[in-house]
Design a protein around this ligand. Structure first.
Ligand code: AMP
Ligand code: GLY
Length: 420
């Protein structure tokens, strides 16, 4: 099959890596991709918001399967657009994508179906939202309702911070027509859990734990994710059963009843405390960097699985996973998630030998005049696998030491929670 992956992050690089290993793949394209991806797929420089242009490419190159990495095209309806043109595409439709695209939609669906999550209220004007804060206890969580690339959430320790966050949202900081969800703060430890859905049934992928903050010991501002490992020991079999029964199944049933069955990957962000999980958020796609660790561990043919989901018939009960641990450490441009210098040179990548237990997934690299340059915030995702988490981490950090990038930054404490 000729397959097109949409996106340009390390997540998409790892998807390309897994798709390339499938016996069903005859040609692989990435749109727009990046330098790292270009080593295994043909990169096509088309804006992924321009659906007509994407379709033109698909049509003239006889692409048979499209895999969508990031949320934005999904929320904007790329699946409906391509299905109308009879193109096979892996991901949820526009209606189902509201699980990530609208916090209000997701929270209402949870409330209507008794899905455990933080209690909340929605507000569409500043004054009412401000008034509501008067009688609340803190910390409290303020969320911009739409897609805000992970930046629209404030954990407010006090009333002033909460009010400032409300002002920001209603002043249009995250988009012109944003309203807000104000919700209860949940304590506990977070884990990410992934399932693949065919509209009726689902199959579990594995769990992982992300590291969202920029600084060691989870300090400093939130980022897209600075590292991950899989599996997450906190996500026990018992928790998995609870989550499947109380969170995943009722969500999929509710969407099917609404006439919009969910197809694709569903990512549940969970808060676990006292051996019980609550839903923090849904994402309608693989996580980044969680995808990188899942793709190195997955032994089943991912293209087969994606086709089964699209065709509405998952044929199996389990997937094959490498029975070991995988860790990924994100290397970012120094200064991220704030200001950082672009086009800094990365040396030493050629000293690293890659195999099925060590991969470097690229997020925003370019190659010019023989030099590899960093061209964005998160840049590399160094990913290693071994029979224990501590060995996987050692292996990963050992390779990082070979990378000569003075303008790069990475956390040295990825996976410590999992070791404890
Ligand atoms: P979201 O965009 O909804 O995933 O939120 C981003 C991050 O904010 C989550 O990964 C959590 O770390 C944190 N967060 C969101 N909602 C809550 C909540 N109700 N209680 C505690 N932490 C939360
Ligand atoms: N790792 C967090 C996310 O992909 O949203």
């Amino acid at each position: 099959m000729k397959i097109l992956v949409i996106g340009s992050g390390a997540r998409e690089h790892s998807l390309c890596y897994a798709i390339k290993r499938s016996s069903l793949t005859s040609a692989l394209y990435a749109m727009p991709g990046n330098y790292g991806i270009s080593e295994i797929a043909k990169c096509i420089n088309i804006n992924i918001g321009d659906f007509e242009k994407i379709y033109e490419f698909i049509n003239s190159n006889l692409i048979e399967l499209v895999v969508v990495g990031p949320e934005e095209p999904l929320v904007n309806g790329i699946v409906n657009f391509l299905l109308d043109k009879n193109i096979k595409v892996f991901g949820p439709n526009k209606f189902a994508a509201q699980l990530e695209g609208s916090k209000g939609f997701m929270k209402d669906l949870c409330k209507q179906n008794n899905i455990p999550t933080a209690t909340y209220e929605k507000f569409s004007d500043l004054e009412t939202a401000m008034k509501y804060l008067e009688n609340q206890s803190f910390p409290i969580v303020i969320k911009a309702n739409g897609l805000a690339a992970g930046k629209g959430v404030t954990i407010a320790e006090d009333k002033k911070t909460a009010k400032d966050a409300l002002q920001d949202i209603f002043n249009g900081k995250f988009g012109p027509e944003m309203d807000v969800v104000i919700e209860e703060f949940m304590d506990g430890e977070e884990a990410s859990y992934f399932v693949c859905c065919d509209g009726k049934d689902f199959i579990s992928l594995e769990s992982a734990q992300d590291h969202k903050r920029i600084g060691e010991n989870d300090e400093g501002p939130n980022t897209g994710g600075m590292g991950a490992y899989s599996p997450a020991p906190i996500f026990t079999d018992e928790i998995k059963q609870q989550v499947d029964k109380e969170i995943i199944k009722p969500t999929l049933n509710a969407l099917a009843e609404l006439g919009h069955p969910y197809k694709g990957v569903l990512y549940a962000g969970l808060m676990i405390q006292n051996n019980h999980a609550k839903l923090v958020e849904y994402n309608i796609r693989f996580g980044d960097p969680e995808c990188q660790v899942l793709m190195l561990r997955m032994k089943s043919d991912i293209v087969e699985l994606m086709l089964e989901c699209i065709d509405g018939k998952i044929k199996r009960n389990t997937l094959n996973w490498e029975n070991d641990y995988c860790a990924t450490v994100v290397m970012a441009s120094d200064g991220y998630p704030g200001q950082f210098e672009k086009r800094t040179e990365i040396k030493g990548l050629d000293k690293i030998s890659k195999d099925d237990s060590l991969q470097i997934f690229h997020a925003s690299t370019i190659k010019e005049e023989g030099k590899v340059l960093a061209n964005g915030g998160r840049v590399l995702s160094v990913t290693g696998k071994a029979s224990s988490l501590s060995e996987a981490l050692n292996k990963t950090y050992l390779e990082i030491n070979k990378i000569d990038w003075p303008k790069g930054y990475y956390r040295r404490d990825i996976g410590q929670k999992g070791l404890r």
